[in-house]
Design a protein around this ligand. Structure first.
Ligand SMILES: [Cu+2]
Length: 227
């Protein structure tokens, strides 16, 4: 999870998030270059006498400053599209979990495990125990294995919600009447937090998502769900 006053993104827990962090740094690098160029031009404009009457046009310069931004845009667009198509790829998933957004909690269906269905509510502040995270911990966590491709089916039963877990690079809208699909392969075990990311009503801030990712061996041992 993110910590107080964090700068930058959370550590990646999936290959897609690693790609997104690398792309973020790439885009930031280009932004820095442009900012310094503009600041330099600004500085020159303010400190130079702009009284040259000899220059009436500058065809070459105009050609360069038209084509250069176009090349920079392509350098951003191509890696961005690459990751966009990678996130859309469904690689023969081992598990399918359905997540249904409600006002204001999530329901999870383990369709591969005899139709196990449970609700996941935020722990109310009065029920918190030492070590619990306020507004982030839930009563029933989603337990899933690491290093296995998982498919999430995401939908909603009332209004728009969005199922998001930043450390996995996931954010999929939960839309009533529509079944959205996303996939991830977690690379390390742990407890990961997310929140509804679509303004969905009064308690929008109080429907967090908690994933408990455990090794596949332990997952296969049986009912380890925190019901
Ligand atoms: Cu919501």
């Amino acid at each position: 999870m993110a910590h107080a006053a964090q700068v930058g993104l959370q550590d990646a827990t999936s290959p897609i998030m690693e790609e997104l962090i690398i792309f973020h740094d790439h885009a930031l690098m280009i932004i820095f270059l442009i900012c310094f160029l503009v600041l330099y031009a600004l500085f020159l404009t303010l400190t130079t006498k702009l009284t040259s009457t000899n220059i009436s046009d500058a065809q070459e310069m105009e050609t360069v400053w038209t084509i250069l931004p176009a090349i920079i845009l392509v350098l951003i667009a191509l890696p961005s599209l690459r990751i966009l198509y990678m996130t859309d790829e469904i690689n023969d998933p081992s598990f399918t979990i359905k997540s249904i957004g409600h006002q204001w909690y999530w329901t999870y269906e383990y369709t591969d495990y005899g139709g196990l269905v449970f609700n996941s509510y935020m722990l109310p502040p009065l029920f918190l125990e030492p070590g619990d995270l306020r507004l982030l911990d839930v009563d029933n966590r989603v337990v899933l294995p690491v290093e296995a491709p998982v498919r999430m089916m995401i939908t909603s039963q009332d209004v728009l919600h969005s199922w998001a877990v930043p450390t996995l690079g996931l954010k999929t809208d939960a839309i009533p009447g529509r079944l959205n699909q996303t996939t991830f392969t977690a690379t390390r075990p742990g407890v990961y937090y997310g929140q509804c990311s679509e303004i969905c009503g009064a308690n929008h801030s109080f429907m967090p998502i908690v994933l408990e990712l455990i090794p596949l061996k332990i997952f296969e041992m049986g009912p380890v769900f925190t019901l």
